[in-house]
Design a protein around this ligand. Structure first.
Ligand code: FMN
Length: 177
């Protein structure tokens, strides 16, 4: 079984990437593929651009990665209460191929931020939106105060309760896939 894991952030030092990679490491016995959405950067979506040049190949490539996976784990960075522009642009291009961006895959959605809200705003939006784009939502978890909840050297959650919840959600994702 293959899990595709990525952060909805294009930062080379993304805390959401650290979190999503830890979550994926908990999926016992699964093949894990991670990707960096920065490798799928495309020009800003513009109706006229689509009319003139069509949908960039990178959008098709990203959708193919989702298609090859049995389950998805995504951790969302929050920028001003919403998706990062990098993820939104990627998602917008993909949605022009078809509305079923998540292709009926079981999904675990995460978010973290340095602050106390832990990206709750963007996570709530992503959770609400997922089923409308063909996502089979298995669960979600926000990790507040990343600096004190996560040990970056060890690459794991230090908050015992959050860690237990994440382990349970990851097990549910594996079961559903
Ligand atoms: C433009 C911008 C807007 C941000 N807005 C929010 C926000 O609304 N809520 C929040 O918790 N953090 C916000 N942050 C801080 C991010 O949570 C922080 O940069 C975090 O590291 C982003 O996740 P990443 O490292 O995975 O990219 C913002 C950061 C930037 C650069």
């Amino acid at each position: 079984m293959k899990i595709l894991a990525f952060a909805a952030s294009n930062s080379s030092v993304s805390i959401n990437r650290q979190l999503v990679e830890y979550a994926a490491s908990l999926a016992d016995g699964c093949e894990i593929e991670t990707l960096d959405i920065h490798d799928y950067e495309m020009p800003l979506y513009r109706h006229d651009r689509e009319e003139e040049s069509g949908i960039p190949q990178l959008a098709h490539d990203f959708l193919a990665k989702i298609g090859e996976a049995d389950a998805l784990i995504i951790s969302f960075a929050e920028h001003n209460g919403a998706y990062t522009a990098a993820f939104k642009n990627l998602f917008d291009w993909c949605s022009r191929v078809g509305r079923e961006v998540w292709q009926d895959k079981p999904m675990l959605l995460l978010a973290t931020s340095p602050g106390g809200r832990g990206g709750k705003g963007v996570l709530e939006f992503a959770v609400g939106a997922a089923p409308r784009f063909g996502g089979k939502l298995i669960g979600h978890l926000s990790v507040p105060s990343f600096g004190s909840s996560f040990d970056t050297e060890a690459g794991k959650l230090t908050d015992v309760d959050l860690d237990a919840e994440l382990r349970q959600l990851t097990a549910q994702l594996v079961e559903a896939a």
